[in-house]
Ligand binder design. Structure first.
Ligand code: PLP
Length: 444
C-alpha cells in the first residue's frame, strides 16, 4: 500500500520535527524496515521493549499455535500456556520469594494492579487507613490516571493534574543535579532519608506502599541509584510496614544485565511490576508479581482482585513463554551485560562532547543527556525540542534513538537496543549519535 508523508505524519505517535515519518513495512533482527527498503537500526528497541530482536519465526509460530488452541478464556481459568508461563517465571526468572503472578496487558495496567494489590493487602489485614502510595519526584509509572498520579513525569502529567490524586513524592537520586552538588557524597543518605521523612510526615499508618524504578527510565534517562540506595529503602519500608514496589516495566527481563534490576543489589521487593520485555514486543502482556506475604491476608479474608479482560491472554502467554525460552537458550541476559559494557565504552567517547552533560546507565539501558552548556548544565530552550531533532536526524541516517526526559532532566537520548546487537552496530550507533548531535546543535 502506498502511503503519503502527510498520512504518516497524522498516524505517527512521536512526531519528529524536520523529517517525514516513514511507514514501517517490516522489522527483522535489530532493524526496522521502511516501505522504501531502508533499514533503520532500532537503538531504542522501540520503547525499550524488543529484547530478543525482531521477526523471530519460532515466536510467530508459538503465537499462531496459541491462537489455534484457545481463542479466549477468562483470566481465572487455567490454560496450559498460562500455567507454563507462571512456572517458568517463578522457577527461572523472578527473585526468590516472589511466587505470586498476575498478568496484565502492559506496564500501566501492571502498576495500576500493584497499587490495587497493595491497598487490598492492607484492607484485608484490617489496616484501612493505609492508602497512600509514595512515588518519587522524577519517575514514570504509566499513563492511566492512578499511574500518572504516583509518577513524577512533569510533561506527561501536564494538564491532567486536577484528575490526579495528590500522592506524596520522595526525592529521587538525580546525581547530576543533586542539591548537594554534582555527584556529591551523601546522596544515598539524602535520597533514602527523604523517603523516611515523607513516611513520617504523612504518618506511617496512612502509607500503603512506596514505588520506584530501580533504574529510572523515561522520566530522567537511565539514572542508576548509588549502591546503597535500594538496601536502604528496603530497610525503611520494612521498618514502617510499607510495601516496597519495584517498577521493573522497563528494567525487567534482562535489560540491565541481570534478570531484574533489583538483583544488582540483592533486594527482594514485596511487589514487582513488569511489561515490555516479558514478551519482547511480540505480544501486549505484562505482569504483577508478589510475595506470599502480600497475598496471604487477602486469601484469609476471601478477598478477590478484579482482573482485566485480556489478563493472561492464552496466545500472549504462549508468546511470552517462547520469548523467555529463547532468552534462556541463547543466554541473552549475560549478553545484555556484555554488550552493555561495550555500548558504555563506545558512548564514553561522547563524554567530552560540548553538548553532552553525562553518559549513564546499566547494561543495555544507557542514556546520553544533552545540554547547551556542559559546564553550567544550561539546557536548550524547551521549544527547541532538541532531543527530538537529534532523533529525527538519527532516523534520516539510519538509526532510531528514543527521545526521553522530563522536567529538570530534559533532552535525553535513551538507548535500549535488542540484546542481539553486535559490536559493529554499537560502533555505527555511536558514530551516528555523535553526528546527529553535531548537526542538531549546528542547525539551531
Ligand atoms: N513503568 C515504567 C517504569 C515504564 O517505563 C513504563 C513505560 O515506559 C510504564 C510503567 C508504562 O508501561 P506501558 O506503556 O506499557 O503502559
Amino acid at each position: 500500500m502506498a502511503i503519503d508523508a502527510d498520512a504518516a505524519a497524522r498516524a505517527t505517535f512521536i512526531p519528529q520535527r524536520g523529517v517525514s515519518p516513514f511507514m514501517v513495512a517490516g522489522a527483522q533482527g535489530n532493524y526496522l524496515v521502511a516501505a522504501d527498503g531502508r533499514r533503520i537500526l532500532d537503538a531504542g528497541g522501540g520503547a525499550i521493549v524488543v529484547n530478543i530482536g525482531h521477526g523471530r519465526e519460532e515466536v510467530a509460530e508459538a503465537a499462531a499455535r496459541g491462537l489455534r488452541e484457545v481463542t479466549y478464556a477468562i483470566p481465572p481459568f487455567a490454560t496450559e500456556a498460562r500455567i507454563r508461563l507462571v512456572e517458568r517465571l517463578t522457577s527461572n526468572w523472578l527473585p526468590r520469594g516472589l511466587t505470586r503472578v498476575g498478568f496484565t496487558s502492559g506496564g500501566s495496567e501492571s502498576v495500576d494492579a500493584a497499587i490495587r494489590l497493595a491497598r487490598s493487602h492492607h484492607v484485608a489485614a484490617g489496616r484501612d487507613g493505609r492508602w497512600k502510595v509514595i512515588g518519587r519526584e522524577q519517575s514514570y509509572h504509566g499513563t492511566t490516571l492512578a499511574t500518572l498520579a504516583v509518577g513524577g513525569h512533569v510533561n506527561r502529567r501536564k494538564g491532567m493534574e486536577p484528575l490526579l490524586l495528590n500522592f506524596p513524592k520522595a526525592p529521587s537520586h538525580y546525581c547530576l543535579k543533586c542539591q548537594l552538588g554534582r555527584h556529591a557524597d551523601g546522596c544515598i543518605e539524602r535520597a533514602a532519608q527523604g523517603l523516611e521523612e515523607v513516611i513520617l510526615r504523612e504518618g506511617p499508618d496512612t502509607v500503603a506502599a512506596f514505588i520506584a524504578e530501580p533504574v529510572v527510565g523515561g522520566a530522567a534517562g537511565a539514572v542508576v541509584p548509588p549502591a546503597g540506595y535500594w538496601p536502604a529503602v528496603r530497610e525503611i519500608c520494612s521498618k514502617y510496614g510499607v510495601l516496597l514496589i519495584a517498577d521493573e516495566v522497563m528494567t525487567g527481563f534482562g535489560r540491565t544485565g541481570r534478570k531484574f534490576a533489583v538483583d544488582h543489589w540483592d533486594v527482594t521487593p514485596d511487589i514487582i511490576t513488569g511489561g515490555k520485555g516479558l514478551a519482547g514486543g511480540y505480544a501486549p502482556i505484562g505482569g504483577v508479581y508478589a510475595t506470599d506475604a502480600v497475598v496471604a491476608p487477602m486469601v484469609d479474608a476471601g478477598m478477590d482482585m478484579m482482573f482485566y479482560t485480556f489478563s493472561g491472554h492464552h496466545a500472549s502467554c504462549a508468546v511470552a513463554d517462547k520469548v523467555l525460552e529463547i532468552m534462556e537458550r541463547e543466554e541473552l541476559v549475560a549478553r545484555a551485560a556484555k554488550m552493555g559494557d561495550l555500548l558504555r565504552e563506545r558512548l564514553a567517547r561522547l563524554e567530552s562532547h560540548p553538548n553532552v552533560a553525562e553518559v549513564r546507565g546499566l547494561g543495555l539501558l544507557q542514556a546520553v543527556e544533552l545540554v547547551r552548556d556542559k559546564d553550567t548544565l544550561e539546557r536548550f530552550p524547551a521549544s527547541d525540542r532538541f532531543v527530538n531533532r537529534v532523533s529525527g536526524i538519527g532516523l534520516q541516517k539510519g538509526v532510531f534513538f528514543y527521545p526521553a526526559g522530563s522536567g529538570e532532566a530534559q533532552d535525553i537520548v535513551l538507548l535500549g537496543p535488542p540484546f542481539t546487537i553486535t559490536e559493529d552496530e554499537i560502533d555505527m550507533l555511536g558514530s551516528v549519535l555523535e553526528e546527529s548531535i553535531d548537526l542538531a546543535a549546528a542547525g539551531r
